[in-house]
Design a protein around this ligand. Structure first.
Ligand code: DON
Length: 307
């Protein structure tokens, strides 16, 4: 077993780098297609706040669906359990992240909060209970990372809104079943802004430390979530964080994880550390290809798995 340090992380990136070229950078949003495919970064934050890093760990990128963990976190602090899970399920979907198939068969109730349909319902709920959901999200993330300049990339958000047919269809379908309260374009805007947030691996590892630390962030008096809510989010990340690639990810990496089509993945070793990787090329499920490999290598080298 290897000790966790910057040299280990550099070694892991050296081993994962040859995989670049085998995946595909997301191009369904023009603003994402321009990101250089050879970027590769990793950062690990341990419970005492120590950060280890290698590669392009300080370059910001579009966090995309990783934001779904943050919107769920926010919703869990604003809604009672019974209200929240009546609108969205807790089961893996086994379908691509933007699928409409199950939604019609299951009367507009999304399988889980990490597929697009589920995240849109969560954003709809935030729209109902928060006066300024976009501003509130920035406040939360800035305080979790201690980085006051974290922001939305308005170019990416705009680009998504201009190519939003599928997400709009998902939202309208849910509205037709009575599972969507607010104005669809307004909620889509909030959702796209959340997805467009740009953060680096170092910032992501710091941001999600609360998932490794029983709901507590470093340097914050109040807990982000209760220990029980934290276990629940980690459980959902294991079963649904990687969409139809969740089984493969659990098999290879053995940690709760959440991906985004910007090529980022966050992963958690409960009670020990939060990890963020970035490599823009994706596999067939929309998860970072070299990023997953880097996490698999890290899990093996430091001998960690939740199983
Ligand atoms: O809704 C979308 O299409 C994107 N903004 C987010 C999708 C995403 O990141 C899926 N993750 N792998």
């Amino acid at each position: 077993m290897s000790a966790l340090d910057n040299t280990l992380l550099e070694d892991i990136l050296r081993q994962a780098r040859p995989l670049i070229g085998q995946g595909k950078v997301a191009n369904y949003i023009p603003a994402l297609a321009d990101v250089p495919a050879e970027r590769l970064g990793i950062a690990v934050c341990t419970l005492d706040g120590t950060v280890y890093q290698a590669g392009d760990a300080e370059e910001r990128f579009s966090i995309q669906s990783i934001s779904k963990v943050l919107s769920l976190t926010l919703a869990m602090t604003r809604y009672h359990e019974s209200e929240l899970w009546q609108r969205v399920g807790k089961e893996p979907s086994g379908q691509p992240f933007n699928s409409l198939l199950q939604l019609e068969l299951e009367q507009g109730k999304p399988r889980n909060p990490f597929i697009n349909a589920g995240a849109l319902v969560v954003c709809d709920m935030l729209e109902t209970r928060l006066t300024a959901p976009r501003q509130r999200m920035l406040e939360v993330v800035r305080s979790l990372t201690q980085q006051p300049e974290i922001n939305y990339d308005r170019h990416v958000a705009r680009s998504e809104f201009d190519h939003s047919a599928r997400n709009a269809a998902i939202a309208w379908l849910m509205k037709s079943f009575g599972n969507f309260a607010n104005d669809v374009p307004k909620v889509l805007q909030t959702y796209f802004h959340y997805c467009s947030m740009t953060m680096s691996c170092v910032e992501l590892a710091r941001c999600f430390l609360y998932l490794a630390n029983h709901g507590r962030s470093l340097g914050q008096e109040a807990a982000v979530l209760t220990p029980k809510q934290t276990r629940q989010i980690n459980a959902l990340m294991v079963t649904s964080g990687m969409y139809d690639g969740a089984g493969e990810f659990a098999w290879r990496v053995g940690m709760p994880g959440k991906s985004g089509v910007g090529g980022g993945i966050i992963a958690v070793v409960p009670g020990e550390m939060s990890i963020a990787v970035w490599s823009p090329e994706l596999d067939g499920s929309g998860n970072s290809l070299a990023g997953t490999a880097a996490l698999e290598l890290l899990a093996e080298r430091i001998g960690r798995s939740i199983f």
